[in-house]
Every structure is written in structure tokens, then in C-alpha cells.
Design a protein around this ligand. Sequence first.
Ligand code: ZN
Length: 311
Amino acid sequence: MSDNDDVPFNRDFPLKPGIVEEVRPGVRRVLCNNPSPFTFTGTVSYIVGNGNVAIIDPGPDDAAHAAALLDAVRGETVSHIFVTHTHHDHSPAVPKIKAATGATVYAEGPHRASREVHLGEAPRLDASADFDFRPDVRLADGDVVAGTGWTLEAVTTPGHTKNHMAFAFREADAMFIGDHVMGWSTTIVAPPDGSMQDYMASLDKLTRRSERLYLPGHGAIIRDAPKYVTQYIAHRQGRENSILARLAKGAADIPTLVRAIYIGIDPRLIGAAGLSVFAHLEDLVARGRVACDGEPSLTATYRLAGERLGS
Ligand SMILES: [Zn+2]
């Protein structure tokens, strides 16, 4: 949903599926052939180390991708699998790769919603979650896991999902950032799976870190990460300001807000845009800036706090 030009999005990513490419000493990547409006050219799996290696985000349940990953590490020992989060384009290949390698699986935890699911509220984008995933080892913020030639620090980054975790790669001044920050687009935050309040807090957390490079789950490497994160935050604040500006003209529902804010959007992304606006509205209601009748929901009508409906 890159409708604004305030973030320097980069869609130049010529990597072909199944090709193993070394992007940094000790970091290889393999692209899965699962392109979509949500995954860009597909999921990027990473291999960390040489000889004794870790795999980060084995990807979707895709036989060709699993075979490409296992081919890439032929003759090597895969001791660790790390998972950034449990969307179906990142984690379902874990059992296959674990069975083939005997690696131990590390992640924040199983998939779960960011907040209580309200009565009568269907879990949104439910089909996108891998509810079967269970890590062998649950990691907490700041936990450090080391292998041969690599050290990864767990950095909890909830928001896109409750269990989203980035991994700082200490030897390379880099971070495997999952879907929390992407170079080609903004990240989808869809309640109740995701939470805008958590998401913004996790972006803010990144501003206090110094890693220069982000290695995302989709698309190219982000090279000036600290600057990019501040632009990403500004973009979200801009989106929030657009919502507040529209509500200043009168109460509105989510389809009305989407039409007002996402000009020229890819029609396939309108549902996701509605969820993103919903995520902002939940956050604004929690902060007392916006009001609605009852719990914030996809069908509610929203107004600036302190104003009567219809005024
Ligand atoms: Zn995701």
C-alpha cells in the first residue's frame, strides 16, 4: 500500500526464485516463487553462516522452495531454524526443513491475536496464519543465540503479528527484520491479528538501535535502516493525520475513509487498506482522539472524540 511517496520505496529486486545468492559474507538468500500483492516477488529465506548454518524463515509449504533451500545447504549442517512470525508465507515449511536437517526451531511463540477477539468479530486474515506452528525454544527479547561464526539477538517487534521477532546479526551490523519493515511497501497491520499500538511502539524501539542494514522477508535489503525507520514512522503519522483530517469534516465509516485516503489503490488491496485504517482507528480510540459507539469494529462509524455523531 505504497500510495504515498514520502518513503523511498525500492521495488528493484531482480532475484529469481530458487537461486542462491550471497548478499553479505555469511548471509545467503533464496526467493520462494509465491508472488502476490501482499508478498511482492515472494518470501525471502536466509541462510546464516557457512558449514554450520541457521535458516531464517523457511517459507510457505512449497515443495520447490524447500528443495531449493535444502540444495543450498547440501553438505552443511543446519543446526538452527529461526522464525520471524507465523504467517503462512514464512513458517509452514518448518516441519519439512526440521525433519530433513534435525535443526532446533527458535521463535517468540505460537500464533495468537494481538488482542481479545470481540464477540461476533470474525478473525480477519485468519487464513494467513499458521496456527500449527510451535517452536522448540521460545525466545524472549534480548535472548542471544550463537552458532559457528554468527550471533543472533532476539528483538521482539509485535504489531504485524503478536509474535513477530526480529534477529539482530551482530557480526554484520544487520537485522533480519521479517515483515516488520519492508523496503518495497508499508507493512500490513490488521486487527485483531496485528495491533497498530504495538506496531508503532516496535518501530520506536528500532529508533534506539544502530543496525545499518535490514534484511526483510520480502524484497531488497534496506541499506540506511535508521533513516528508513524514521521515514516509515512519519508515513504512519501521515496516514493517521489523514484519518483525523477526514473525521474533522464529519463522522465516517471505514469504506468512506479508505476512499478518501487511498487514492488509486490496487483494487486487490482495498480489504487490506480497510484493515489498516481499522488498526489506526483502534489506536486512535485507545488514545482518546477518536470515538465510536461500542467497541471499535470494521462496521462502526467514527468521529473525533468529544463530538456527537452526525455533527
Ligand atoms: Zn507477515
